[in-house]
Design a protein around this ligand. Structure first.
Ligand SMILES: NC(=O)c1ccc[n+]([C@@H]2O[C@H](COP(=O)([O-])OP(=O)(O)OC[C@H]3O[C@@H](n4cnc5c(N)ncnc54)[C@H](O)[C@@H]3O)[C@@H](O)[C@H]2O)c1
Length: 219
């Protein structure tokens, strides 16, 4: 059994395959939203969704390819279940069908800070090879919902995204690309960057141009 779905090149070409890092409350909203808005059409209003169509892609074109967490409550579970596991408490607004994608164990690094230490029991499952999972799951974009302050973990996943040829959307207030020296050091200048005003806002991708790193940061 694989923790992720293997897909053919033909299927990949139409879908935007997203790996979630940090299956917490934001991830719950995102994954539920993929079900809730799956059939949203450009010619009808979709309350709560600012853009039904982005560059020709609609919500139904986005699918979860892989997921990483470190919590014993989430690792090893289907993403559709993990998004509702404690201590997540996001309002349940969609019935998410089983995804066939199981949450992999990522490295903890600085993901658990002082305040989360009491709320999260770490999984005893061995750490997955993150770049390998990204490659084999056909992930296009890594979306990071790590806890605030996870500087090392953010840099780690951004580097693995580079290795696997994925884009990286940093949804947390940790800077990874705007510090040019650090970005060069980490070889992050070749990332596809996406920016916007809040993850509910419109986003746009910048070309994959060496040396063109800006900040991929959502607030
Ligand atoms: N962009 C936005 O609009 C927006 C809105 C709210 C919050 N945020 C940011 O999004 C982030 C997530 O918020 P949340 O409310 O979902 O937090 P949360 O605490 O509910 O979820 C964080 C998840 O990350 C997991 N995690 C911790 N270390 C990890 C690691 N090393 N590898 C993989 N997973 C790890 C935790 O187990 C948890 O499941 C925060 O940094 C927050 O500031 C962004």
């Amino acid at each position: 059994m694989h923790e992720f779905k293997m897909v053919s090149a033909a299927v990949r070409s139409r879908k935007v395959r997203v790996c979630i890092v940090g299956v917490g409350n934001c991830a719950s909203s995102f994954v539920q939203g993929l079900t809730f808005y799956r059939r949203a059409q450009t010619n009808e209003p979709a309350p709560g969704l600012m853009n039904v169509d982005v560059g020709g892609y609609q919500v139904g074109d986005v699918e979860i390819s892989a997921a990483f967490d470190i919590s014993a409550n989430k690792v090893g579970r289907d993403v559709s279940e993990a998004i509702f596991a404690q201590p997540n408490n996001t309002f349940r607004f969609a019935s998410v069908p089983p995804s066939g994608v199981y949450v992999c164990r990522g490295p903890t690094l600085d993901g658990i800070g002082r305040y989360l230490r009491e709320d999260i029991v770490e999984s005893e499952t061995g750490e997955a090879d993150v770049a390998d999972v990204l490659l084999r799951s056909g992930t296009d974009v890594v979306v990071s919902y790590l806890p605030t302050g996870s500087q090392c973990a953010t840099e780690f996943y951004a580097e693995r995204a580079i290795e696997a040829g994925c884009g990286f959307i940093n949804c947390i207030p940790v800077f990874v690309a705007s510090n040019q020296d650090r970005a060069m050091e980490l070889d992050l200048t070749d990332l596809i960057l996406v920016w916007g005003r809040g993850s509910r806002g419109s986003v746009r991708a910048l070309p994959r141009t060496p040396g063109a790193a800006g900040e991929c940061f959502f607030v």
